[in-house]
Ligand binder design. Structure first.
Ligand code: C2E
Ligand code: MG
Ligand code: MG
Length: 703
């Protein structure tokens, strides 16, 4: 298209050139014509002047007519040639066109004679013509003869046409050939600049050749026209030059356009990549490539709005104690696990499943076609699948579990926000119930009841703290290997006394206290009450273990508080052991380490409670400078029947010995169990068989 435009441009410019040529040619022919006219006029004047001057001689010659001698004629001719340049011959012609001196000058050529006759009869004697004789070319002028006699006669002079030829050549421009042609004899060339060697007689142009003439104009008062022919080559050259120029321009412009196009394309591509990356970021999780929360929202919304078949279930997966993995094996391993889990889930789940990573270790799954009846079994499938998944970066003995919440997309759940909130509730319930389990969301009372219960328990706790309605129980931790060894040791266990005197176990209020932030207050209360109890009873030389929640460990002021309490009640720190749970210690590793180290400097002991119940107990055992490992009761209560648990406990014992730590076994409920633990070499035992938790202390109530 562009090329066509350029071609058109070049053609039109060659047209322009042509019209310029036209005006040039016009100017050329104009000049020649004027010069010719001037020359002819001068010649006529000169002829007349000559006639006047040699009137006598001419008259004599005329009157002698046939009798005139050649000598007389030559004498006049001599005068004529010396008077007027380029004169060739002269003749005296009568009114019929016949020569008066025919016997000297000879006959005119028949064509010439005819022309002279017609010129005279048409009374256009000023018309001149070129006269081609066999040997030469000359042009003739016919002027009335100036004489005394009455008869109408003419003085005929023939001239050499060199002047005419010179004038043609003088004005000829490059690429032009000029022609002097007859107007009455088509194609007859009188003079030309083209090829002077050509025989003039043969110079007849064909009609086609005449068509090729670029310009022609008549010379008035003559039978001639001036014509110009431009070199064929010249026009083609101009045209070709135009085309080449157009092509070159096209080439250069195309190059620039192409370069610009490439640059623009590159820029757009970059822009596109950026846009795509942003769009990707908007919709996908960068670590796993799964849909992100907002994208999951959209899918959920779609599924809810199209849910005519009453199908579709959403799941929420929360990896249990994932923070422990991150802290123990590093975030790179944690990330690796998450991305591999994502891939595995994709393969495991049906094609139409939407999988999303909602946050750190939380995933959501939408199965739009799953029937409500299959919800529970499918949730378990997911849970089992996750617990079986393993990555090479983690030790073989570590099993990662997940808590799974599920919500059916029924009519009651109007929007995706509600679905996600319900999922979060369900999964948090699954966690509270002990992790690695499935919790279906019940839109009916159950969760509401639970929530109400939590609210009630937190209210009760707040009141109990205010009114000192908390009671301390204690349970002995007994040496298993050497019964006589040192002081008696007790674990302090808190209970809440209700208004009706009922005692509530920690399971009733501690989870809510941790959830709603009262736990720090509770732990401080227990510490203060324990120290007070010890200080109030001088006979009491026992050692005591106090449970501390992870949130308390994370409390920056706890060290100062405990130190203050030691001073206040004058208790030897050596009598106190703090029990911390592995999960909490790990999730708040920095502050836990700070507290542990500072307290140990004072002389306190530390034990790692519920050891083995978490994920990676062994690996972070090294990180926590605890003195005692308290093996979780779930490995102990059936150790006499469960070989695996026995091996596990034996392993813990071996590790503890290797690390120079002591061990406690919880939940010893029988002699058989106690004996097994003695055999294994466990340092201390605790449990209903050895000693049931007993009432120990109650602060004076305010009211
Ligand atoms: P824990 O620290 O592991 O305490 C041992 C729990 O096991 C106690 O339950 C105890 O009554 C129970 N127990 C002892 N021997 C046996 C046995 O032979 N069989 C069975 N099945 N259970 C036995 P309790 O008192 O209900 O305490 C539950 C948990 O509440 C404690 O577990 C501890 O984590 C927490 N807790 C108790 N008192 C406090 C406290 O003052 N502060 C904090 N932060 N947590 C506390
Ligand atoms: Mg404990
Ligand atoms: Mg315990």
């Amino acid at each position: 298209m562009f090329l066509a435009l350029l071609l058109w441009q070049s053609i039109s410019s060659s047209q322009l050139h042509k019209s310029y040529q036209q005006s040039l040619m016009k100017a050329v022919t104009e000049n020649i014509r004027n010069d010719y006219q001037r020359y002819f006029n001068e010649l006529r004047l000169e002829i007349d002047a000559f006639q006047q001057k040699y009137r006598l001689e001419i008259s004599q010659l005329n009157s002698s007519a046939d009798k005139a001698s050649e000598k007389d004629y030559m004498a006049v001719l001599q005068l004529l040639t010396s008077s007027i340049k380029y004169t060739r011959l002269f003749a005296i012609i009568d009114e019929n066109g016949d020569g008066v001196l025919k016997h000297i000058t000879g006959d005119f050529l028949p064509s010439c004679e005819k022309e002279i006759a017609s010129t005279i009869s048409e009374q256009k004697q000023e018309h001149l013509f070129l006269h081609h004789s066999k040997s030469s070319v000359h042009f003739d002028l016919l002027q009335p003869l100036i004489s005394n006699n009455e008869t109408k006669q003419f003085f005929f002079v023939a001239f050499n046409p060199d002047v005419l030829q010179e004038l043609l050549i003088k004005y000829q421009l490059p690429h032009q050939q000029l022609f002097l042609m007859r107007t009455d004899k088509i194609g007859k060339i009188e003079l030309t600049t083209e090829n002077t060697e050509k025989s003039y007689q043969k110079m007849i142009m064909s009609a086609d050749e005449i068509d090729d003439f670029s310009y022609s104009t008549e010379i008035s008062g003559t039978k001639w026209q001036l014509a110009i022919r431009l070199d064929e080559k010249y026009n083609t050259e101009i045209f070709i030059q135009g085309i080449v120029k157009a092509f070159l321009i096209w080439l250069v412009l195309t190059f620039f356009i192409y370069a610009f196009y490439r640059l623009e394309k590159k820029r757009l591509k970059k822009h596109d990549v950026l846009r795509q990356a942003l769009a990707y970021k908007d919709n996908y999780d960068s670590l796993t490539g799964l849909d992100n929360r907002s994208s999951f929202h959209k899918h959920l919304l779609q599924s809810i709005s199209q849910n005519l078949a009453h199908r579709g279930v959403a799941f929420h997966i929360d990896i249990d104690q994932f923070q422990v993995i991150n802290n123990t094996y590093g975030y790179a391993t944690g990330d690796k696990y998450l991305s591999q889990l994502s891939i595995a889930l994709k393969e495991f789940l049906p094609l139409n499943a939407v999988i999303s990573r909602l946050a750190n270790d939380e995933f959501a799954i939408l199965l739009p076609e799953l029937s409500y009846d299959e919800t529970k079994s499918f949730a378990h499938k997911i849970r089992k699948f996750i617990s079986q998944m393993h990555i090479s970066q983690l030790p073989q003995d570590i099993t990662i579990t997940a808590s799974v919440g599920a919500v059916v997309l029924d009519d009651k759940l109007l929007n995706s926000e509600q679905v996600l909130a319900s999922l979060a509730q369900a999964v948090s319930l699954a966690k509270q119930k002990g992790r690695n389990r499935v919790q279906l969301y019940q839109s009916d009372d159950k969760l509401l009841i639970q929530h109400a219960q939590e609210m009630a328990s937190i209210h009760d706790l707040a009141v109990a703290l205010e009114n000192n309605q908390l009671v301390l129980y204690r349970q002995e931790i007994r040496a298993l290997q050497n019964q006589d060894e040192g002081n008696q040791h007790f674990e302090v266990l808190v209970r809440m006394k209700m208004a009706d005197g009922e005692l509530k176990a920690p399971g009733y209020f501690i989870p809510a206290a941790e959830k709603y932030g009262l736990i720090k207050q509770l732990d401080r209360w227990v510490i203060a009450a324990t120290f007070k109890a010890i200080s109030e009873n001088e006979a009491d030389t026992n050692d005591y273990s106090i449970n501390l929640s992870g949130l308390t460990l994370a409390d920056r002021d706890i060290y100062d508080y405990v130190e203050l309490m030691f001073k206040k009640y004058q208790i030897s720190p050596k009598r106190i052991c703090f029990e911390i749970t592995e999960t909490y210690a790990i999730t708040h590793l920095k502050s836990a380490l700070h507290f542990i180290n500072e307290m140990k400097k004072l002389g306190c002991f530390f034990s790692l409670d519920d050891f083995g119940s978490g994920l990676s107990s062994f690996s972070y055992l090294q990180k926590l400078p605890v003195d005692i490992i308290k093996i979780d009761g779930t490995f102990i209560h059936d150790i006499h029947q469960n070989k695996v648990n026995r091996i596990f406990v034996e392993n813990i014992q071996r590790t503890a010995v290797a690390m120079g730590k002591r061990t406690v076994a919880e939940f010893i409920e029988s002699e058989e169990i106690a004996n097994i633990l003695i055999d294994i070499g466990i340092t201390y035992g605790q449990g209903y068989y050895l000693h049931k938790p007993e009432f120990w202390y109650q602060l004076n109530q305010r009211k």
